[in-house]
Design a protein around this ligand. Structure first.
Ligand SMILES: Cc1ncc(COP(=O)(O)O)c(C=O)c1O
Length: 489
């Protein structure tokens, strides 16, 4: 059962949240980009630096031996947190991006050949897209795209179609950083395994912070995530892989700490995890990440999930009451976590985020490193609020109230919520992908759209922003004769 009082106490652990912005409480709603760190994590790192720091693995003195022990224990803590028994298969990296690059440059280089297929959803973060795109370009392989449905969930028929090309690699995110949609990992893995031999890479960057992670249950072959999105420090992340794959793979970075022997002509590599941890690692980062795992475990991931669902459901209700706001992605909170992207009155997300910032509300605006997805849904970007253990219902109230301010500052944005969807349809049907107020004040709202049903009236919040996915799209509307009035005129 959701323990609301527990989370009121948890908020006290985050010193950064005690400050004010322009006299207003700091409302941090950007945890999908990077989460804040609680006092126990900060203290663990500081205390390590104050009392125990030395380089690891090489020193024969107590300080170094102690530092090595703490680093090794950190790996054990992280392995336990993600349900891995074979601890050396947990490799410390800098972040999710580096973990995914590691797989592409080692496993990918060794196994992908000309004409092979690599399957991935269009909603991937650039980290889990550009690496495969570049591998495909290097190898003359083919990317097989998995599409999304109008509500922002993965289209499983499209998955099956991509799998019919017998891809050698299937890479996808556990949770979308734009819509917050949770992909059904086990179902995807089941379909993929049934389709033939395939190596499955899961991007856990937005999943691990919010969902209990048990790699034995997820059934994938590689898994990547970042410490800084789960209350840990920046510069530390993880790659997990099946031992038989990691052992066969070529090494990634070469140098100290990863070798077993070096001769003038050739070298051999150390055992796992050292083979993939060349050079001096981020020792204090690993210790901080382990502290973050302990902190989350103490709360309990079931409680973390319950808190997120409570906030998400409140946020959906609150934003639904804000005139001109349209939520993207599924409205069922069991299908989403963490991130909530929305559209507001046709305003550019940067304008919205700038005004919100003055009100002390920190959100993210833009393409969220998902340009192919944005192109697909016909938007230049979205405004995204994302929640974590330290957020509360007042944070969401402040977001909703600050959106009211945005509406006042941009009074010429004339749309009602019903019209918002129509306007986007007009914009996108015309091939005019500019998400801005110009189209609306041009008169299409008052005239052309007036008899079109709103997307919400059609029962589909995603629809308004997903014209390319919508079945039975009407004919494009010609905008050439429409006068464009700048917003501030
Ligand atoms: C789904 C997803 N994958 C990968 C990343 C990249 O994470 P990092 O910047 O920590 O490498 C992010 C970051 O936002 C993300 O949301």
């Amino acid at each position: 059962m959701y323990d609301e009082e527990l989370f009121a106490k948890i908020r006290e652990d985050f010193p950064v949240l005690k400050q004010k912005v322009n006299g207003r409480p700091l409302t941090y709603l950007d945890s999908a980009a990077s989460a804040q760190q609680p006092e126990p994590v900060i203290e663990e790192v500081c205390s390590f630096l104050r009392t125990s720091y030395a380089n690891i693995h090489r020193g024969l003195y107590d300080l170094s031996e102690n530092s090595t022990r703490l680093y090794d224990e950190a790996r054990q803590t992280v392995a336990d947190f993600i349900g891995v028994r074979d601890t050396p298969t947990v490799i410390f990296t800098r972040n999710t991006t580096e973990s995914l690059n590691l797989i592409a440059y080692t496993y990918g280089e060794a196994n992908i050949e000309e004409g092979d297929s690599i399957a991935l959803p269009v909603l991937e973060h650039h980290s889990n897209l550009v690496v495969w795109q570049q591998l495909a370009l290097r190898k003359k392989a083919i990317l097989r795209w998995i599409e999304i449905k109008p509500d922002g969930t993965l289209d499983l028929d499209s998955l099956d179609k991509a799998l019919s090309f017998k891809p050698k690699i299937l890479a996808f995110a556990w949770v979308s950083n734009v819509f917050g949609t949770i992909n059904p990992v086990q179902e995807i893995v089941r379909r993929a395994r049934a389709s033939g031999p395939v190596t499955i890479v899961l991007d856990g960057a937005q999943g691990v912070p919010h969902l209990k992670t048990d790699l034995k249950e997820l059934g994938v072959d590689f898994f990547a995530f970042s410490g800084h999105k789960m209350l840990g420090p920046t510069g530390i992340g993880c790659l997990w892989g099946r031992r038989r794959l990691l052992e066969k793979m070529p090494a990634f970075l070469f140098g100290g700490s990863m070798i077993s022997s070096v001769k003038r002509e050739k070298s051999s590599w150390d055992v796992l995890p050292n083979k993939f941890e060349a050079g001096t690692p981020n020792i204090s980062g690993a210790i901080g990440l382990a502290a973050a795992c302990r902190y989350l475990s103490k709360i309990g991931m079931d409680q973390v999930r319950a808190h997120d669902q409570a906030l998400m459901s409140y946020a959906i209700d609150r934003l639904n009451d804000v005139e001109g706001a349209e939520i993207l992605g599924p409205l069922d909170v069991t299908e989403r976590c963490g991130a909530l992207s929305f559209y507001f009155k046709g305003l550019h997300p940067h304008d919205i985020a700038t005004v919100l910032a003055k009100e002390g509300v920190c959100v993210r605006a833009g393409h969220h490193c998902c340009q192919p997805l944005m192109r697909d849904i016909g938007m230049k970007g979205t405004t995204r609020a994302s929640f974590y253990v330290y957020n509360n219902f007042e944070d969401i109230d402040r977001l909703a109230e600050a959106l009211g301010q945005v509406g006042k500052i941009f009074p010429e944005s004339p749309c009602s919520p019903g019209c918002a969807g129509n306007r986007l349809k007009v914009m996108v049907q015309s091939g005019h992908h500019l998400l801005g107020p110009v189209c609306c004040s041009s008169g299409c709202c008052q005239n052309d759209c007036s008899d079109m049903p709103s997307s919400r009236a059609l029962g589909n919040t995603m629809d308004s922003c997903s014209p390319t996915l919508r079945a039975g799209r009407p004919e494009p509307i010609d905008l050439t004769n429409i006068k464009i009035t700048p917003l501030n005129k």
